[in-house]
Design a protein around this ligand. Sequence first.
Ligand code: A3P
Length: 304
Amino acid sequence: ISSLPKENGWVASHLYKYQGFWNPARHLQGIMICQKNFVARDSDVFLVTTPKSGTTWLKAILFTLINRKYCPINQNHPLLRNNPHDLVPFLELKLYVDNQIPDLSNLNSPRLFATHIPFFSLPKSVQDSSCKLVYLCRNPKDTFVSLWQFSNKLRLQEMGSNSLGETFDMFCRGVSIYGPFWDHVLDYWKESMEKPHKVLFLKYEDMKEQPNANLRRIAEFLGRPFSNEEEESGMVEGILKLCSFDTLSNLKINRTGKLSSGEENKAFFRQGKVGDWKNHLPIEMAQKLDQITEQKFSGSGLVM
Ligand code: A3P
């Protein structure tokens, strides 16, 4: 584990490098305890993202898809009363945080967990078992802007500073929460190419553009395509509407509630759009991110 030299300022002093990626101390401790103790089941489903790439959205979608006993158009659906983060726990930020070792053996299959852990740092049993990983990423310009806005709003030292320029330079050098961003994405991309039955690779932009087709893709990947009966009941449209930015961000629980970890639920809903970077990033910064992306993804077949 190596930390950045002190001269890089207070942001750096809160991030530590472990197995090639930067993490805040609390997350890192969670990752290590999880690596040591988590035992995957073949039926487990993991939702994996880089921070700010649509985790909240995907949590809502996967929860609804896996728990079809709750009808998405019913007024009793758990998503109407709970923030998605309270329904789908993060391994390293919730279950294994603060030295906890939870007993997960009582949970019914399929268990659904979320994580930001980079592919090669996942607990060994996740890599070795037949469990499934749904990976969602987002173009680095919107991801960076969303991260910067979020960290400023919550004043999260570990995520960035108040200066756009400083946070940007560090992001480009790979020093961001769970960064380097590009390495995180690339490792999961390669894995999805080699093992498409194990890793489903999704992009936020595609989900926005073709929500219906992508929802069906996820359902099929999980081995639970929609039945004729479900199709006829309007389940696909029901899930998309329930999990949409408009619906979730306007629910009382998400406008006024807080997570058990203290963050306000509304912090997870800002714009929910593709291309908001244009309102925040000077053109030189956008070009620099494009350049890095092109260079890092060159030859991989991945375009963003
Ligand atoms: P913006 O800051 O660009 O608005 P995460 O969930 O990984 O923390 O990512 C947060 C980003 O996803 C925020 O992006 C947020 O507005 C957006 N988001 C949250 N819920 C969404 C939804 N249901 N559909 C689309 N985007 C959503």
